[in-house]
Design a binder for this molecule. Sequence first.
Ligand code: AMP
Length: 187
Amino acid sequence: MLVVVMGPPGAGKGTQSKRLAELLRIPHCSTGDMFRDACQRQTDVGRKATEYLQSGRLVPDSLVEQLVMERLAEIDCRQGCVLDGFPRTVPQAEQFDRWVGQNYQPVSVVVAIEVDEQTLLDRLADRGRQDDDRVVVQERFRQYEALTLPLLEYYRGRGVLRSVDGVGDLDEVFKRVQQTIEDTKSN
Ligand code: AMP
């Protein structure tokens, strides 16, 4: 099963997608984690991505696509995976669809975690991660609205989008995510 988890910054997509991957016994593939790791290790990709991560902007599509396709080609992903943070733009999704059509399985479901803006700002203020200072957070929201929101329509049009209410504690939200997956499987 190939699952895509989407959500604005602070929606909890990292936590929820990790739990979902454990439940489904498939890898959790987070492009954010991959980039943070590459930056720390100063790999070629890491050096190119650092300035984008630090400013809250999206990394150029070509860099992301390469990273994801290499990851999905690894043996542990042969049954599927939970993608966290990819695709993030319509061009990434179009390119990805072409790629999966030839090399992988199609996207089964896109879980969009929805949280209102004030709750998101409160959560991010509590988190205090290094790339989460105020200017960077604002930029991440701007990028989300401009580049990632149109993706919801893209996947709605393909009939795979499922919205999940992301307000509530982690267990509550996870139950909704789990239900969404069950519904997808039984359809
Ligand atoms: P995340 O942890 O998913 O919020 O990602 C952290 C940062 O990694 C983002 O702010 C982007 O700079 C970069 N990133 C992660 N995934 C993507 C993607 N699919 N496209 C472009 N940039 C990405």
